[in-house]
Design a protein around this ligand. Structure first.
Ligand SMILES: [Ca+2]
Length: 253
């Protein structure tokens, strides 16, 4: 038992220079958020041309999607994300169509061209499920003002109403984790503090390269703890040996 413990401790400290992060890849999807209570959405389809993942070292991985994603459906995780540390996500959009009805019975449709979603925040990926939250703050009062019960109001990309909503969407997008995969973003923030993010570049890559970190990334070995465990292991090992040499099995106790 003792030799195994020692071996695994060494395995977790090994090879800090290898550089490339190894861990579990994560995945990413998009979901609609912030739908007002006085609106019932029938559809919200986001046309995503590509996703760019920016590392904190300035590298960008561009993943071409060309997919129409249903923001109201359960996640299907179309984007694979390599394990590691990132500082930005950019979603290049080709359009967003929303349809629904207000609780007063006025139907509506928006065909918009929101600007690309730009999320600049540090986060780490080790098997994480990430969701880009796309806010859909449709203004029911405005729609009812323009339409009426039983009518339908449609907004094209040139309409001011559609441009205003597109602006709210582009500026209000968020990034979070969805640990249980139900399409709802966790309440815990995905970000790490900027200072922590920069500082963690080395240590997280180190622990990742030895394959010893857990999903939460919280098991980076502290040198003090490591030496303590080593000392304990050695003590019990040498006591075992002494005991074995002093007494004869099976009367070892
Ligand atoms: Ca969730």
């Amino acid at each position: 038992m003792t030799p195994v413990l020692l071996l695994s401790l060494f395995a977790c400290t090994g090879d800090p220079a290898s550089g490339t992060a190894v861990g579990n890849p994560g995945k990413l999807d998009f979901t609609g958020t912030d739908v007002p209570d006085d609106v019932v959405l029938a559809g919200a389809v986001l046309d995503v041309a590509a996703v760019e993942l920016g590392t904190c070292g300035g590298d960008v991985e561009r993943i071409v999607l060309g997919l129409e994603l249903d923001l109201l459906a359960a996640p299907t995780w179309p984007v694979q994300v390599e394990a590691g540390e990132y500082c930005s996500v950019v979603a290049e959009l080709d359009g967003l169509d929303i349809a629904g009805v207000t609780t007063d019975g006025t139907g509506f449709g928006f065909a918009m061209s929101p600007d690309d979603l730009v999320l600049e925040q540090g986060f780490q990926v080790d098997g994480d499920q990430l969701l880009v939250g796309v806010p859909l703050p449709v203004d029911a009062a405005l729609i009812e003002e323009l339409g009426g019960e039983g009518e339908e109001v449609d907004f094209g990309g040139d309409d001011q109403e559609a441009q205003d909503l597109a602006q709210d969407i582009s500026s209000g997008a968020t990034l979070g984790r969805d640990t249980d995969g139900d399409g709802q973003i966790d309440s815990d923030p995905v970000s790490v503090a900027p200072g922590e993010s920069t500082e963690a570049t080395g240590t997280s890559a180190d622990s990742a390269s030895s394959g010893c970190q857990s999903a939460s990334g919280s098991t980076r070995s502290s040198p003090l703890l490591l030496w303590g465990l080593l000392a304990l292991g050695w003590l019990s090992f040498s006591r075992d040996r002494r005991r074995r040499s002093e007494t004869s099995w099976p009367h070892g106790e």
